[in-house]
Design a protein around this ligand. Structure first.
Ligand SMILES: Nc1ncnc2c1ncn2[C@@H]1O[C@H](COP(=O)(O)OP(=O)(O)OP(=O)(O)O)[C@@H](O)[C@H]1O
Ligand SMILES: [Mg+2]
Length: 446
């Protein structure tokens, strides 16, 4: 339910507003700035009704604080002059209401504020989905091999050549694909990921190319496919080695002509997309085994970029560690950094990122040292757990928690490793979270 914080020192007015707005919204009242900040800290309400003449502070000095945290602020004042109003709006206030006011006027303003907030959130979610989060990566390197890769990536960003990105899991293949998109003239258009491991074979064609109404049972309306949504942008096929053989011929035609038909459709649709693919599989072997079409392989593998595993570019570990630490404003001691540099990072950048972020969240001092060491200790904790001779169900929970950590919370991958459905993974994670487990102190549970 949408929530409103009413900051008003006049007790009568506060009570009336609480009662009236409380009929449809979740409302809290604060009599002064102090109380307002406390309540806001707890709930981060969507809208703040703010009287600017407060007993303990000038309410207008709070506007920026609330706005920065995403709230819409409606200023209420009995001393309404144009200058104050302009100042409040400059600080980011959404509206300015002068006392005395009718309740209808106030209610209308609250409704408008809520609507605007909802739209902003929707926009942000869509933007994150389409374009990915901006600048959430660091592509600086001290490694000669990776430098060459980045140089080639820069050079091909301006072209529409298909790129095949290779490398172990977690090295940053998707990151590099996003970088190429962001450095290309298509940067303001969608970047769409087709996760070839996550789409069931029988739905693949309609996911990719869309379908017409009535194309199959359950196709109740026309649906656009990812290829069409990506028009004028970039289409990124993640783990292309898992693309079902049955679809590879259609993909080949699409790569060659940029045209396709929706499932159940009669006319060809042509789009303008740049294609990037990634894999950590041995595609040549798949070709030899007849699991991947050779002609498609050559079409996709025009520019090949191979990202070296982290253990082969240890000189980049300090750069990445500093980058991940910065967000949490934490520091690291040289001896801890040394340990991190010498570690083998089988899960590559993903594993490093998880370790650092976990350490930041867990450490209470400005340094992450102790918390990181916890991770090393946790391995021997498993041995300790085994000494206790855990039950099968205990073991299961421990493994789920471990995988969650190891795979960075990627439910698709967890389902793949565990050999069960995503729904089962969700259920098991939910059980863990709800504490239907006596494993709260287990080494890997967060
Ligand atoms: N250069 C980098 N800077 C910052 N974060 C990075 C970098 N490279 C990878 N990461 C982080 O590591 C994680 C894995 O990256 P990404 O998904 O690109 O790897 P991948 O090679 O596609 O892995 P997979 O093979 O498992 O799909 C992500 O959380 C990503 O943000
Ligand atoms: Mg990936």
């Amino acid at each position: 339910m949408a929530s409103v914080l009413i900051v008003e020192d006049d007790e009568n007015l506060r009570k009336i507003l609480l009662r009236k707005l409380g009929e449809r919204l979740s409302v809290k009242g604060a009599k002064d700035a102090n109380e307002a900040l406390e309540l806001f800290e707890k709930e981060q309400q969507d809208v703040v009704l703010l009287d600017i003449k407060l007993p303990d502070a000038d309410g207008s000095s709070l506007i920026e604080h609330f706005v920065r945290r995403g709230a819409k602020v409606i200023v209420i004042t009995g001393y309404g002059d144009i200058r104050t109003a302009v100042e409040c709006v400059k600080k980011g206030a959404f509206d300015f209401i002068q006392k005395p006011f009718t309740f209808d006027l106030l209610e209308m303003s609250v409704k408008k504020a809520l609507k605007e907030k909802e739209l902003e959130e929707e926009n942000k979610a869509l933007k994150d989905y389409l374009f990915g989060k901006e600048n959430d990566y660091l592509l600086k390197t001290n490694n000669e091999k990776f430098k060459k890769v980045l140089k080639t990536a820069d050079a091909v960003a301006n072209t529409d050549l298909p790129v095949l990105i290779r490398g172990e899991t977690g090295v940053g293949k998707e990151v590099l694909a996003r970088y190429i998109h962001a450095s290309s003239p298509r940067k303001d258009k969608p970047f769409i990921v087709v996760d070839c491991t996550a789409i069931p074979e029988n739905l693949f064609e309609s996911e990719l190319f869309g379908h017409e109404k009535g194309a199959f049972t359950g196709a109740t309306g026309r649906k656009l496919g990812l290829a069409e949504i990506a028009n004028r942008g970039t289409l990124f096929f993640d783990e292309i080695g898992d693309m079902p053989l049955s679809l590879q011929a259609k993909l080949l035609r699409f790569v060659e002509t940029k045209s396709f038909r929706r499932v159940g459709g009669l006319k060809d649709i042509t789009v303008d997309v740049r294609i990037i693919t990634a894999t950590n599989k041995d595609l040549e072997k798949l070709v030899r085994e007849g699991k991947f079409r050779e002609d498609l392989y050559w079409r996709l593998n025009v520019v090949e970029l191979e990202i070296p595993p982290l253990r082969e570019r240890r000189e980049d570990i300090p750069l990445l560690v500093d980058f991940f630490l910065k967000k949490y404003r934490k520091k690291i001691k040289p001896e801890t950094m040394k340990e991190l540099i010498s570690y083998d990072w089988e899960g590559n950048v993903r594993e490093l990122k998880n370790v650092i972020e976990r350490a930041c969240l867990l450490s209470k001092t400005p340094y992450v040292d102790e918390a990181i060491c916890l991770k090393k200790k946790s391995v021997s904790c498993i041995e300790k757990m085994m000494e206790r001779l855990p039950t099968l169900s205990e073991l299961e929970k421990m493994y789920i928690a471990f995988l969650y950590e190891k795979l960075g919370g990627d439910v698709n991958k967890m389902a793949q490793v565990l050999g069960c459905s995503r729904r089962t993974v969700f259920r098991k994670l939910k059980e863990l979270r709800e504490g239907k487990t006596d494993l709260k102190d287990a080494p890997f549970t967060r």
